[in-house]
Design a protein. Structure first.
Length: 282
C-alpha cells in the first residue's frame, strides 16, 4: 500500500522571508520514523516536495527514505492564486490530486505501527478520526472568508463532523477527484486572511472531506473512534507535542531523545547520515 508524505516550503518562506529553509530537529526525526514504520508495516512511501525541500533533504542525506520516489514538480506548479499564508496545507490537496487511488496521505509527524491492509479492505475513504464542530476552528459558512461570488455545494450537510487527515485513505478515484476539485475551488483566489489562521484551511481539508463523502453516500472509516490522545499502540502522532517542545527546552530534549531511541530500537540497521547529525548537533 502506497503512502505519500508532503512538504511544501512556500508557507515557510512567506513567514520567515529570504532565509535558508529548515525544519526543527524533532520534525526531521519524526519524518525518518514515519517513513521507516510505513515501509516496515505497509509498503512504499513517496515524497511530494518542491525544489527547496528536495535540496534540504538532500543536504541531510535523507533522500533514500522515500522508497516510492520523490516528486518535485507537482508542488512547484501550485498556482499563485492559492495563498500559502492562508492555505498552508494546500500542498496536501494538490499532491493527493496527482496520485492515483488507492493511496494513503500520511503526515510526517505520524507513525503507523501496524499493517492497514485488512482494515481497509472494501473501504472507499478513511480518516484518522473525527473532530467536534464545537471549536473555534470550524466556524459557520457565513463567517468563513471566501472569494466574492463563491457558493458552496447546496447538497452539503453542515452537521457532519470534520475528518482529521493526518492519516487518510482514498480508495475511490472518482471521490478523490471530486473532493480535491472542491477543495481547490474553495482555495482559489481566496485571499482574505482569517483572524485565527486556521478556519479556511481546515474547512477545505477536513470539513469538506466529510461533507463531500456524505453527499455521495460514502461512509468514512475512522482509524480511531475518539480523537487521538496518545493512548494507542497502533499510532503515534506528535502534533501536539511540537508546540510544547518549541517553548520548553527540557521537554525538547526529552522528545528528541525518545524519537532517536525509537528509531534505534525499532530499526537498528538504520544509520543516521553524518550530515544529519552535524546539522542538528546530535
Amino acid at each position: 500500500m502506497r503512502a505519500i508524505h508532503i512538504n511544501w516550503t512556500k508557507p515557510f518562506f512567506c513567514k520567515k522571508g529570504d532565509v535558508p529553509y529548515k525544519i526543527d530537529d524533532f520534525d526531521a526525526l519524526t519524518t525518518i520514523l514515519s517513513a521507516l514504520t510505513w515501509r516496515h508495516f505497509n509498503g512504499d512511501v513517496k515524497l511530494y516536495t518542491d525544489r527547496a525541500g528536495y535540496d534540504f533533504y538532500a543536504s541531510l542525506g535523507l533522500l533514500n527514505l522515500w522508497n516510492g520516489g520523490i516528486d518535485v514538480d507537482v508542488l512547484q506548479r501550485i498556482p499563485d492564486n492559492i495563498n500559502p499564508k492562508i492555505f498552508w496545507a494546500a500542498a496536501k490537496i494538490f499532491a493527493l490530486r496527482a496520485e492515483q487511488s488507492p493511496v494513503v496521505m500520511l503526515d510526517t509527524d505520524l507513525m503507523v505501527w501496524k499493517s492497514l491492509e485488512e482494515e481497509l479492505k472494501g473501504v472507499r475513504v478513511a480518516a484518522f478520526h473525527s473532530e467536534p464542530l464545537e471549536t473555534d476552528c470550524y466556524i459557520p459558512f457565513e463567517l468563513l472568508k471566501k472569494r466574492p461570488g463563491y457558493m458552496p455545494d447546496p447538497d452539503w450537510d453542515w452537521t457532519v463532523l470534520p475528518s482529521n487527515t493526518a492519516l487518510a485513505y482514498f480508495g475511490d478515484e472518482e471521490f478523490k477527484r471530486s473532493y480535491t476539485d472542491a477543495a481547490i475551488d474553495f482555495m482559489t483566489d481566496n485571499q482574505e486572511m482569517p483572524m485565527e489562521m486556521v478556519s479556511q484551511m481546515v474547512f477545505a481539508e477536513q470539513r469538506m472531506l466529510s461533507m463531500c463523502a456524505k453527499k455521495q453516500g460514502i461512509p468514512i472509516h475512522l482509524f480511531l473512534e475518539l480523537m487521538y490522545n496518545g493512548e494507542t499502540n497502533d499510532f503515534t502522532h506528535i502534533w501536539g507535542a511540537k508546540d510544547i517542545a518549541r517553548k520548553d527546552e527540557d521537554f525538547h530534549k526529552e522528545l528528541i531523545t525518545s524519537i532517536m531511541e525509537a528509531i534505534q530500537r525499532e530499526f537498528p540497521s538504520y544509520r543516521f547520515q553524518q550530515e544529519f547529525l552535524d546539522y542538528y548537533h546530535l
